[in-house]
Design a protein around this ligand. Structure first.
Ligand SMILES: Nc1ncnc2c1ncn2[C@@H]1O[C@H](COP(=O)(O)OP(=O)(O)OP(=O)(O)O)[C@@H](O)[C@H]1O
Length: 285
């Protein structure tokens, strides 16, 4: 943890009844706990300076499948996503309290190396951001950082490009710049770059919002395929997209609260909360 990095207060093992009551008050509707959780958020608060962006987030993310984070602008979806692999460490004023467990280990413990963590929990951003390097070098980048630049690198690059549904389109131009690809291809290249180091979890922050409908549909198909092997957590503004591709949906609402978390079918067809129903049906956005 850097001097400017987030501070952590461990609260999940507290037996203090007041703390338990406070957590219960904040508990989202639906089924925030799952049996096969790979990520467990417990009473997670995130602050930017004096402003609190997330309040007591309590949520389990199951292994494999797609978990969608939805909600109006500014409700803290990206902040929560970045908390999972400690990308908020890179924001000087960000501070995290509470626990975020990955396979039972709090990622904010002092002995966790955030760089190693991000190899296990990769990230794809809203705007495709390939490096100004060749297609091959973009995908090989993570492997080289890991010191895995052995004889296997070519095979691993090919596998990652295949998994990202891009290999057939670029196999004759692996030495060309990644920046010469179309927007949709660039985003699939970024997905290939994220999966080359063989992560377990892929975080996606509105990965299709900068793309046209055809490229968006390819990304959606790809997300569903990847979810057979990886745990995918995706932020999206597009409710139809969340309904189409996710298994679980978390609804955050203004003020940084997780209001409801449940199976996607339940959230979209029969939510517990009236506010979630109003949001889903477009009464506010
Ligand atoms: N780097 C930052 N510094 C200060 N405040 C921030 C920072 N990033 C986000 N915030 C604030 O935290 C709150 C949550 O923002 P966040 O981007 O997580 O919301 P979001 O739901 O992902 O929004 P959007 O859908 O518009 O991307 C907002 O009030 C935002 O202004």
């Amino acid at each position: 943890m850097t001097a400017n990095g987030p501070q952590t207060v461990t609260t999940s093992e507290s037996s203090d009844s007041t703390a338990d009551a406070a957590m219960a008050d904040n508990a989202p509707l639906g089924s925030p706990r799952v049996d096969d959780a790979v990520i467990e958020s417990r009473n997670l608060d995130v602050f930017y300076g004096d402003d609190q962006a997330l309040h007591g987030i309590d949520m389990d993310i199951p292994e494999r499948g797609v978990t969608a984070l939805i909600g109006p602008s500014g409700c803290g979806k990206s902040t929560f996503l970045r908390s999972i692999n400690r990308m908020n460490d890179l924001i000087d004023v960000a501070r995290v309290e509470g626990d975020l467990h990955f396979h039972g280990k709090n990622v904010y413990d002092e002995d966790v190396d955030p760089v190693a963590l991000r190899r296990k929990i990769g990230m794809v951003f809203q705007k495709p951001n390939p490096f100004p390097k060749s297609i091959f070098d973009n995908v090989a980048y993570g492997l080289r950082v890991q010191g895995k630049d052995d004889g296997d690198v070519e095979a691993k690059v090919q596998t990652a490009l295949e998994r990202a549904a891009l290999f057939e389109e670029v196999e004759d131009q692996l030495d060309s710049s990644g920046l010469d690809l179309s927007g949709g291809q660039q985003q699939r290249l970024c997905i290939a770059r994220a999966i080359a180091p063989d992560p377990e979890v892929i975080l996606m922050d509105e990965p299709a919002s900068a793309l046209d409908p055809v490229a968006t549909s390819k990304i959606e198909d790809l997300v569903e395929e990847l979810a057979e092997e990886y745990t995918v957590v995706i932020v999206t503004h597009n409710m139809q997209q969340a309904a189409r591709i996710s298994d679980k949906t978390a609804v955050f609402l203004t003020g940084g609260n997780l209001v409801e978390f449940d199976d996607t079918n339940k959230i979209f067809n029969n939510p517990e909360s009236d506010r979630v129903e109003d949001y889903i049906t477009g009464k506010f956005g």
